[in-house]
Ligand binder design. Structure first.
Ligand code: FEO
Length: 398
């Protein structure tokens, strides 16, 4: 049980999940995930902000009883309908039949579509308020962070913003809830991974949402996953701002495939030269070994991206093609690019990588490429070093 009073009248009643292996049946959860749910208790009315995943309903119910006793919340505010939060809606409705479900038009359409519930609902619009007595809920519609219905809820009296997936991260909570009560460092890599895996495609909408809430005073950011942000609000907002603009940090991600080590030798030569040139953040992923989740996280984080692969069945080595397709889906932009590869008799890999780079509109200037026939000799390794110089030059002068 993980109940905490975040501030006067606002309580955390969320649940940890250290059992599910893959979020959305896709993304690894080595440190679990939390489904954050909150109670806002005014002098007259009480609201539950967001629910939890279906399997976590029992624990949510225990947390609610421990927080507000046998009294039903008056409202369930749904900021986001993805079932990791809304999976509990039908159970909550049967527990609290008089509790009004609050959402915007798109939310309520999904409540009906997913759970067959259409009665005792309240449709709100952007800027609407609900008075709880001493505390109030103001709704800010922020579409596509991460679904079309997503919105945020602001409690002005406590300067607390409930943000849905925004500012969330993978990683279950380990005792404490608020950033001021824990070492948050393990959560930051998981914030990049969460953003790139789940929300990354919608950078433009995240940017619009950030602009929309920029003038709100914030003492607490209460997301649906991970810590409540209090002391480190500037840091998490700045990370989201940068990610939403697809602005990479200084550093290079090298993603490669290699069957027998020849393309890998090229990757090593490139990495070695980058390090000599002073690039300090170099992340290398063998696409046959690293999970896509972690590769995407680094590609979103760093400005340089160098992709290499051998030719396979007269086209691109499949694990690298999968990475390129995932990047293309997310509409990432503004990367400094290099590509490389090897072939035995038919040079196809680099051509295909470059074609996918073109389709993705991923790069900010030019694509520099190297391709080696069979084992890379001294000339090919020298070309790899020149490729690394080109990428380093462009990163260091940007
Ligand atoms: Fe945490 Fe988009 O769901």
């Amino acid at each position: 049980m993980n109940i905490k009073e975040i501030c006067d009248g606002i309580y955390y009643v969320g649940v940890n999940d250290r059992t599910t292996h893959r979020f959305e049946a896709l993304w690894p959860l080595p440190d679990g995930v939390s489904y954050n749910s909150y109670i806002v208790k005014g002098s007259a009315k009480t609201a539950l902000i967001d629910g939890v995943e279906l399997s976590a309903c029992d624990r949510l119910r225990e947390n609610l009883i421990a927080t507000i006793g046998d009294v039903a919340p008056d409202y369930l505010v749904i900021n986001h309908m993805e079932p990791d939060h809304s999976g509990s809606v039908r159970v909550l409705r049967s527990m609290f039949p008089d509790m009004t479900i609050v959402g915007n038009a798109k939310t309520l359409e999904m409540v009906r579509g997913f759970y067959g519930i259409a009665d005792n609902v309240m449709r709100i619009a952007d800027g609407d308020c609900i008075d709880l007595g001493g505390l109030s809920l103001k709704f800010v519609i922020t579409p596509m962070v991460h679904w079309p219905e997503t919105m945020m809820t602001y409690v002005a009296e406590r300067k607390a913003l409930f943000t849905g997936d925004a500012f969330g991260c993978f990683g279950a909570l380990c005792g404490a809830v608020t950033d001021s009560d824990m070492n948050t460092e393990p959560y930051f890599p998981e914030m990049y991974r969460y953003y790139s895996n789940i929300v990354g495609k919608y950078g433009m909408f995240v940017g619009k949402a950030l602009q929309k809430v920029a003038n709100l005073e914030m003492d607490f950011i209460c997301p649906t996953h991970g810590p409540v942000w209090h002391e480190q609000i500037d840091r998490v907002v700045s990370i989201y701002d940068r990610l939403s603009r697809y602005e990479g940090e200084d550093g290079v991600t090298i993603v490669y495939g290699s069957m027998y080590g020849n393309t890998e030798d090229m990757a090593e030569a490139i990495a070695s030269r980058l390090a000599e040139r002073g690039i300090r953040n170099i992340r290398m992923h063998n696409a046959s070994v690293s999970h896509l989740s972690y590769i995407l996280s680094d590609i979103f984080r760093y400005k340089g991206l160098i992709v290499g692969a051998p030719t396979y069945s007269n086209t691109l080595f499949p694990p690298v093609e999968a990475v390129m397709n995932a990047v293309k889906t997310r509409e990432l932009k503004n990367r400094v690019i290099g590509t490389f590869g090897s072939f035995t008799w038919a040079p196809q890999a680099v051509k295909r990588i470059n074609q996918l780079m073109d389709e993705s509109k991923l790069y900010c200037d030019e694509v520099v490429s190297v391709e080696a026939k069979q084992a890379p000799g001294a000339d090919a390794i020298a070309e790899c070093r020149r490729l690394a110089d080109s990428v380093a030059d462009r990163i260091l002068r940007s």
